[in-house]
Design a protein. Sequence first.
Lengths: 355, 125
Amino acid sequence: MTTQGTALVVDDSAVNRLMLARRLETLGLEVLQAENGLEALDVLAARPGAVDVVVLDVLMPELDGYETLAAMKGTEATRHIPVLVVSSVEELDSVVRCIELGASDYLPKPINASILAARINASLAAKRLHDVEQALNRTIERQKEELSRFLSPQVAALVSSPDGEQLLAGHRREITVAFCDLRGFTAFAERADPEELMTLLSQYHRMMGEAITEHEGTLEHFAGDGVMVFFNDPIPQDDHVERSVRMAVAMRDRFAELAELWRHRGYELGFGVGIAVGHATLGRIGFDGRHDYGAIGNVTILASRLSSQAQAGQILLSPQAQAMLEELVDSEPVGELTLKGLTQPVLASNVVGIR
Amino acid sequence: MPEADVPVLDHEVLDEVLESTGNDIDFVKELIDTYLADAPAQLEDMAAAMEADNAASLVRPAHTLKSSSATVGAMRLSAVARELEMAGRSGLLEPSAREMLAEAQAESAAAAEAIGAWLARASAE
């Protein structure tokens, strides 16, 4: 017979323990026994997660039923185990006190087999539900953790948030997009051996990743040397333009060290960024079986085109981004740029530094 | 005596235990042996409490005896033990409490005898 669960019988009377254990075994439970509250707590501590229901006498030596209940309910590992208090009808006061302390129900003495069966089954059902819920929560937590390795942490949190579905379905919002890529990467990729290529990418991605996380940007994707990050979505950020430029400057500073390292190995690499502000449509983009959380709009195209026009070490701002950052950023105009796919030339500025 | 109309042994209790365990007479024997081994110890603890004039320490052995006696159907002993438990809880051990203890000791012997008779009959069936 498969066991229905494990009960812990706590009673100082050997006769009552014997009788209760037998009745519980008849119901298909495995039974552990303790003579008093202290022993009961020892059993619970020694076998974490093993006990599904506790049948507890009130009046016991060493540690009585009240103290045992209080200790169980005060401990995370035992808080959710249902407790049935065994009590005679004339001790209803103590039953009330036990229920206030967290007991699930009481069993009138002398024990009636049908009442015992009903209360035990109710307790086991509650415990099972709780266990399923715990297991589900653990699965969700684990999935979230896994998800956050593949997705931006903000997007991973969004997927499992209550209004996630609505946001994933698509919405419009003003965002700042920063598009970064490397000058000289194609030439590098042609000459470098695969190990060198992977080493560089891993160093570069780690460096970019740290800066993105520090500034709480949402990473849309890595594509070789191209990195697209946006701000103000899915988590709103009032200072999204500022964050993007601070991130870009941090990346540029750190990349200088990396470029120096690779220069010694004979490779010339430069870092360029394009930053633009504007409205985009954000949400789930893709097809059944493979979706990304993405941003669509002129703003992403503009940032990408600015990035490809940026010289090594340049952070190019769109006119709107520059206007919004006037107070914060020292910039120099780089003139009108004709960008692929855009009908009007764009007056871009390079970020010299942050004031 | 409030327990005068209470039977020494309520046969139905042990009958039900036997029936509900699928006529497992060995289990019922074990239950009875455990009871007969434990009851004297509780009576001794109660006597010691009485000797020390310690009402509080009378409560637990009296309570346990009340409860375990009821489990095997020794209803009259259970009733006397209940009186003793209440006397202990009152905090005062009146001379009547000593009489009750003597009565409990007598009832314990009577219960043991009645239980023995029940067991002999049940084993024979």
